[in-house]
Design a protein around this ligand. Sequence first.
Ligand code: SF4
Length: 397
Amino acid sequence: MEVSENFGMLLNNPQLLPELKAIAQKVLHNQRITFDEGVLLYEKAELGYLGVLANYIREQKHGDKTYFNRNFHIEPTNLCVYDCKFCSYSRLIKQRSEGWEYTMEDMLNMVKKYDGQPVTEVHIVGGVLPQYDLPFYTELFSSIKRHRPDLHVKALTPVEYHYIFKKAKIDYATGMQLMKDAGLESMPGGGAEIFHPEVRDQIAKDKCTGDQWLAIHEEWHKIGMRSNATMLYGHIEQFWHRVDHMEQLRQLQDRTGGFQTFIPLKFRNQDNQMSNVPESTVVEDLRNYAIARIYLDNFDHVKAYWAMISRTTAQLSLNFGVDDIDGTLDDTTKIYSMAGAEEQHPAMSTKQLVELIKNAGRHPIERDTLYNVVTDYKDYQFEETEKPKYYKLPVIN
Ligand code: SF4
């Protein structure tokens, strides 16, 4: 790819630190950056510099293409046996009156509500409770697939799987094969938080460890399946913890190639046990997307979850390495609205998502979960809606 004018200016900038110039040269020549260089980017690199590098990688991989999908969520329960300090969503079992616990029938009815609608994916994640066990979820997945074979089931994280398999006394490999046989088609990226025990033990002590999270994804990849990965950033972790997290993902991806997308998740501080921790700024959010894009050279996609960071930051992120902004959602998730995200009822029509991407100067593509193109919206014309009415202002002479 041609070196952009911005990249050329950056390389010729006499003020740029030699270490940062060396990283820019590496990016230009498709070379991997090291752990120490990752930390250096967090500590020393300015937003403009990071944007040039991350955008170069993004455009090399995808040009202007920006992906979204048509999906809905099911959150089986907001009760949870765990007590993660950052979680605004879960209610401990002793607060059962504030919670919900959907039955199998409830969840199948939620799926049926979308009969005849062009959604391609159901995303299922929630709290961890004993009754949502191996027989429950294998039956749920197979019932969904029986009812609607074309709907992709993306469900549960290693947090749930670790708990379920332990209770069922089976190992990860056996468990993931049973889930696949039942109809599970991919795994979302949640529950990763920060892998390093120095941080994880303080914010998410009792649930699966970082190593267990990685081991479950590895077993899933080994049977030919795909998954995503996240990182909860902007709380008590230091920059090197973020790089350590991404390094472990990068190493697993080298071994399996099973990850599709990396999704940085911004810590939100409303109504949780870490409300005294300030949230990251938009500049820090954009720097983080860009560094992730630079560091994770073996990940195809970096996603900004618009329901979490707001529509405008999602648009901005498309110049900082992001090529995917998630889906229509249809007001079916509460995980981020309960933590204080700007979007209290997250839902966007396909037209709104397409316009949001086009207004940021990018090329919208509706994808399925595995990034097959469903519809290319580059030159697509939506049916005309009524023109806005304009009112004549009174003119005072
Ligand atoms: S983050 Fe997940 S595992 Fe932790 S308390 Fe919340 S719902 Fe439970």
